[in-house]
Design a protein around this ligand. Sequence first.
Ligand code: MN
Length: 232
Amino acid sequence: MLDRRRFFALTAAGAAVATLPRMAFAQDKPFSLPPLGYPYEALEPHIDAQTMNLHHTRHHQAFITNLNNLVEKWPELAKGTPDDVLRNLSKAPEAIRTSIQNNLGGHWNHTFFWDIMTPGGAKEPQGELKDAIDKSFGSVDKMKERVNQAGAGRFGSGWAWLVVGKDGKLDVISTPNQDPPHLQGVRSTILGVDVWEHAYYLKYHNRRPDYLAAWWNTVNWDKASANFAKKG
Ligand code: MN
């Protein structure tokens, strides 16, 4: 997913600088804000347009700006895929390792989050993913309850995720701050929800459970199924 987006970002950047002096390439930034794929108001009424706009253009953009600054300190950051770097964080220089964890984690998490939502209302999982959910949790509703509990129970800021764990089975986990699921050694990530206050406060104020309940109406189950089929 990130690879494809990076490819298009580079293609667009390459086209844009083609008529500029060669120096423009040296100033080109390796990280760029990926597009949402739908308008800011598309997830209304579940997630309001102002929240989506600020979340994308301010919060996600801040990680991009920070990553482009971090690349100057550690050029390898831009050489591997975000997944590779996150799975091998111990290779990052100690002095900037936490910054890379926070900012690359934030970039990965949000890119994943935009992709796992879609306008068009609720659809339920189908096929292999539905069978696996039924087997692991009893039903789709019980799985949703587990994710909601993980999200509501996360003290402070973080994320709740449906993942395929090390044992190859579906599991629900929560991560603090901007830690991506990679840091818990998961095999793959199926879906996830941002429970930082910035993700819901304008519309839902302190009612995080109401936001979580509404969020399920935005889930892109086709994308979740594709994540499950890929299994890594
Ligand atoms: Mn966020």
